[in-house]
Design a protein around this ligand. Structure first.
Ligand code: HEM
Length: 67
């Protein structure tokens, strides 16, 4: 997943090429439970203890990796 953030198969979605608001929203929704799709359970422990500031920081980092 680190290599280009293009995702793996159809389970791990690509992260490359999205807007900052899209990342922050998804992370927030996984945490709140609003996003509860097929594989959301894999993301839940990742985001469970993130603060809003963590989400902003992660979003800024991911977006900084885009070409
Ligand atoms: C800090 C680390 C991580 C960040 C920032 C992150 C970020 C994201 C984001 C933004 C999405 C939504 C993508 C979309 O809307 O298409 C997502 C989905 C997903 N992530 Fe992560 N992720 C992280 C770690 C992980 C780890 C460690 C795993 C596996 C154990 C994982 C597995 C998945 C899966 C399976 C989905 C799709 C969930 C679904 O189908 O609803 N992620 N991730």
């Amino acid at each position: 997943m680190e290599r280009g953030l293009k995702g793996i198969g159809d389970i791990f979605p690509p992260l490359a090429g999205r807007s900052p608001a899209a990342y922050a929203r998804q992370l927030y929704d996984f945490k709140s439970g609003a996003r509860d799709g097929r594989y959301a359970a894999l993301m839940k422990p990742v985001v469970a203890h993130l603060t809003d500031q963590d989400i902003v920081d992660l979003t800024a980092y991911i977006v900084s990796l885009q070409p």
